[in-house]
Every structure is written in C-alpha cells, then in structure tokens.
Design a protein around this ligand. Structure first.
Ligand code: SF4
Length: 178
C-alpha cells in the first residue's frame, strides 16, 4: 500500500494555484487526523500492530494518538463494549470537539459480535453516530487501514457547512445530543 499524492481541484498556471477553502481544509484535515483509540479487548491488539512499523499508520499522518478527547478528531472504538461502559464511551464522544469522526473497528464494536448477551452493547451506533464500520473478528491491520482511508475520503470531501446543516443536527438529535 502506498500513500498517494492528491492534486487539488482548482485553477493553476505558471507559478500559481487557486482552489476553494473547502478543498484546502479538507486536504489538511484528512492528512492530520488525531485518533483516540478506545480499545477494550482483542481488536485493540490489531490496532497496536497497525501502529507498529510494518503497517505504520503514521504514513497517513495519524501517528499522533490522543488519549484526551479534546485533542482528538477520530474516535476508533475497538473491542467489546459492555453496556456499563456505554455512558463512558458516549461521554468521550461528546467531549470531542467538532468536526469529529468515528470508526467502529471489528464485529464487537459494530454489532456486539459473538457476544449476543444481555450485558454487551449490540453495536456502538446505538449510543453514538458511526461513520465507518470495519468488519472482522478481528480485522487485520490492512482492514483497519482501509477504514482509515475511507474516513480520509469522507474528511476530504466533507463540506465545511455539513456540521451546521439541519440534517446533521437532526441526526445528533436522534441520539439525544445537541
Ligand atoms: S470482534 Fe473479535 S477480535 Fe474484536 S474484540 Fe470482538 S471478539 Fe475480539
């Protein structure tokens, strides 16, 4: 896998290039995502491999992990989330500043996985919005990287106004958030 050089859409000529603010900010954001790893079980180990030298998430500008929600813009939830832990996860999400994105890594975070029991949350999208789901039990590091690339696409192409849109507010309201 190699990182690709993205050429911004716009007008260019000898010695100049003009593009829109949306596109320039999207490009900067997508290549400087700061993930918050919310790892509770085995999928977290795959994430450790994703950060290590062979897969090296740093190639995509995301080597700076944040364990403070206020300095993170990508929440990566990896592992089984017990219902008791749900309020904690939701609080972490709410403490992150906008714009923010969420990846559910693996079957447990996405759907509860093999733990179809009374004590396990059957998917984190029951309590917080999710942008990308990564399948697998556990997903391989390549799949986690693929999830991050999909987030990068969303980030790059997201309108600066999306977070103020009625649709976005409605979606947050459906989770009981403002
Ligand atoms: S999806 Fe599988 S590997 Fe990942 S946390 Fe659940 S049981 Fe573990």
């Amino acid at each position: 896998m190699s990182t690709e050089v993205v050429k911004l859409e716009g007008y260019e000529g000898p010695g100049f290039m003009a593009t829109s603010l949306d596109k320039a900010i999207g490009l900067a954001r997508k290549n400087s995502l700061w993930p918050l790893p919310f790892a509770t079980s085995c999928c977290g180990i795959e994430f450790m491999a994703t950060m290590a030298s062979t897969y090296d998430l740093g190639r995509f500008g995301s080597e700076r992990l944040s364990f403070s929600p206020r300095q993170a813009d990508l929440l990566m939830v990896m592992g089984t989330i017990a219902k008791k832990m749900g309020p904690v996860l939701r609080q972490v999400y709410e403490q992150m500043a906008e714009p923010k994105w969420v990846i559910a890594v693996g079957a447990c975070a996405s759907t509860g996985g093999i733990f179809d029991t009374y004590s396990v949350l059957q998917g984190i999208d029951r309590i917080i919005p999710v942008d990308v789901y990564v399948p697998g039990c556990p997903p391989r590091p390549e799949q986690i990287l693929d999830g991050v690339l999909k987030i990068q696409d969303l980030v790059h192409n997201e309108s600066l106004r999306r977070r103020n849109s009625a649709e976005y507010r409605e979606m947050l309201a459906s989770y009981g958030m403002e």
